[in-house]
Design a protein around this ligand. Sequence first.
Ligand code: AHR
Length: 324
Amino acid sequence: MKDKWRLPLILLLAFLLTACGAAPEKESGDAVVVGFSQLGAESSWRMANTASIEQAAAQYGFGLMMDNANQKQEKQIAAIRSFIAYRVDVIVFSPIVETGWDNVLREARQAGVPVILVDRMIETADDSLYTAYIGADFYAEGRRAGEYLIRKADALQAEHLNIVEVSGTIDSTPMRERQRGFMDVIQDDPRFTVIASVSGDFLRSKGEEVITGLLEQYGAEGFDVIYSHNDSMTLGILDVLDRQGIQPGTDMLLISVDGEKEAVSALKQGRINCIVQCTPYLGGSVMSLVQALKDGRPVPKVSHPVESAYTDFDDLSDPAMEGF
Ligand code: AHR
């Protein structure tokens, strides 16, 4: 068998056997194996994030057992259990919601498998259940969205703006923190009222559905600003505004988060006013933590990538502002 196929085939076989409850254990001396539970494939952000983790694992020469949970927490818990049974060296996972992980993480700790949280955080009274967290500072992202709105309202000399929020998956870290950061910045400013907040689950189709409902309920004159927690939902929202003859970017201000190519090009066309950057490229940082654990070096408990925002106040001809 060609060497390049050996590790992927062993991992595939091990994973299938694990799923059937008959897991062979990893032999000591084998290459480092990382078990990665990805939460789904709901957005371009998520696809780029998965690719980044896969590429980085390959660059470091680590084996990757990867499971996509298709937005189901039970599937993530089952995947983590199978990684424990296989005795991977490190478990990496991106928790879909914040609560409900303590039991399975206790099992990982008992088995001596370190856990790295990537992208999203968990809510737990015992933070020794994970070794490290690497992901965006979602609270700072929410604040950036609010700060942009204040600057825009000043520039427009707006007296009052009604806002609708299309939020991400309920109880996920980006949903909670992007909301909290935004509200902390705008809530004491009498020019702003958030008239509705509805979850669109980070999905383009749901973004469309939610904005259609809000337009039916309030009418196009009923609100002036849409704060959408990710670009996928924003792109769905743009489709609806176009169909209804509402001019995004002028009739209605749009604030989004992520930095997907399609959204960045809508920003350049003046159809989105602000995109708060959230980088999906976390793979290199995750694998460097895995390497540090393998070498017995200490790792930081929490690390955030450096991020900023792209807005209609900026020079949008910058080629670096391209998106993923
Ligand atoms: O957890 C990160 C968020 O999840 C991204 O903003 C979003 O696009 C994704 O689905």
